[in-house]
Design a binder for this molecule. Structure first.
Ligand code: B12
Ligand code: SF4
Ligand code: SF4
Length: 308
């Protein structure tokens, strides 16, 4: 399935998905001697009335989850090695060449829904995944899989603002606003921009509409609590100064978009929302030294001039 997704070009310009595809498909190539895969999920859902309505997707509102999950993996490694000295492992969160959702399904943590997300029984899809490969066999491995609970529902398919979800549960990154706002460093393709209404970093639309996410539980760790940046709207994000950026963004997932990428996204969002109150700010950004910010602000100003 990964091969078809790559061959169809659905990974957009994420070349790193192509480069180590053989290791992704077989952990024994990634970690010779692999005998067991442990799959871990952590609930990150958080309710903070000041952050509801933020244009930043939920996963990115708190401290960078890579660090939190790595810390947890380190603790697990220490515990395992105390009990089993000499045990070797390979551990990964997100960036490692590991099919984390596939392993989570095999480990019985959940199933992959029509929106392409791993959905757990207890926490819906608001979970981060991490994977640890061991060079030893466990006594018992999972044999009970979580059944598909999508049934006849197709809410995520119709809600996706860009039609990025295919009928066979794949996400075409080229059309996905999560990819566009996080990974794409160039201008976002024009046909997708009007869909960026209140979407500045990441996208939660296909998870927000999911009935299996209707009763979320708040995460147990303060590390997932939204930071001050989650109280800002698209206008404030577009207007961030370098000093404000330094105070608010490092240590959160938002740092991946960098200063210009974040302001670029926010300018598109203001244009998509036809926010007339942002005209002056957009006029200033239309003269910004950054090409991507300038272009986004000019596009946004054009949207204001066609506003009814
Ligand atoms: C590339 C990537 C993206 C890309 C492409 C998304 C995609 N769906 O492929 C982009 C940038 C768009 C993206 C977006 C998001 N991502 Co992302 N992403 C990844 C990454 C690095 C690789 C995913 C991958 O291999 N894709 C290729 C496709 C073909 O594989 P797949 O997604 O695993 O899906 C296949 C399998 O699930 C398989 N399958 C389904 N059921 C079964 C059953 C069995 C038995 C088997 C064998 C296979 C199988 O069929 C699917 C289609 O082929 C993973 C981390 C990792 N290393 O795995 C994080 C990861 C998947 N992302 C994550 C998150 C949180 C997100 C976002 C929610 C962030 C956001 N809010 O904006 C969105 C969600 C978008 C969506 N609807 O999927 C989490 C997923 C958490 C979850 N509950 O599922 C991960 C696991 C990161 C992590 N460590 O927590 N992401
Ligand atoms: S994350 Fe947004 S753009 Fe991507 S598939 Fe889901 S709803 Fe569509
Ligand atoms: S919205 Fe419906 S179809 Fe989509 S993942 Fe949730 S239950 Fe499945």
């Amino acid at each position: 399935m990964l091969g078809e997704w790559l061959a169809a070009g659905m990974c957009a310009d994420m070349d790193w998905m192509q480069e180590r595809a053989d290791e992704r498909l077989d952990v024994r190539r990634l970690f010779p001697g692999a005998r067991t895969v442990l799959s871990l999920a952590a609930n990150y859902y958080w309710w903070d009335p000041n952050a509801e309505g933020s244009p930043i997707s939920r996963y990115a509102r708190g401290r960078d989850y890579h660090q939190t999950m790595r810390d947890r993996l380190r603790t697990l490694r220490r515990t395992l090695r105390q009990k089993f000295p000499g045990l070797r492992d390979y551990a990964a969160v997100d960036f490692g060449p590991v099919m984390e959702r596939v392993w989570a399904v095999r480990a019985g943590l959940g199933f992959v829904g029509r929106n392409g997300c791993l959905i757990t029984r207890d926490f819906g899809s608001w979970v981060f995944l991490a994977t640890m490969v061991l060079d030893a066999e466990v006594d018992r491995y999972n044999e009970r899989f979580v059944p598909d609970a999508c049934g006849d529902c197709t809410l995520c398919l119709s809600a996706c603002p860009t039609g990025a979800i295919t009928s066979d549960r794949r996400v075409d990154a080229r059309l996905c606003l999560s990819y566009q706002t996080i990974e794409n460093e160039q201008a976002i393709p024009e046909p997708l921009r009007p869909a960026m209404r209140n979407i500045v970093f990441g996208c939660d639309v296909c998870q927000d509409v999911c009935p299996l996410n209707a009763a979320p539980k708040v995460a147990g760790s303060e590390r997932f609590a939204p930071r001050a940046v989650a109280q800002l709207g698209a206008r404030e994000l577009a207007a961030l100064t370098p000093d404000e950026y330094q105070a608010l963004i490092p240590g959160t997932p938002l740092a991946r978009a960098k200063y210009d990428g974040l302001r670029r996204n926010a300018a598109y969002a203001l244009g998509a929302m036809r926010d007339a109150g942002a005209r002056e700010l957009l006029q200033r950004l239309a003269e910004d030294p950054s090409d991507v910010v300038r272009d986004a602000a000019r596009w946004a100003l054009e949207q204001l001039s066609c506003a009814r």
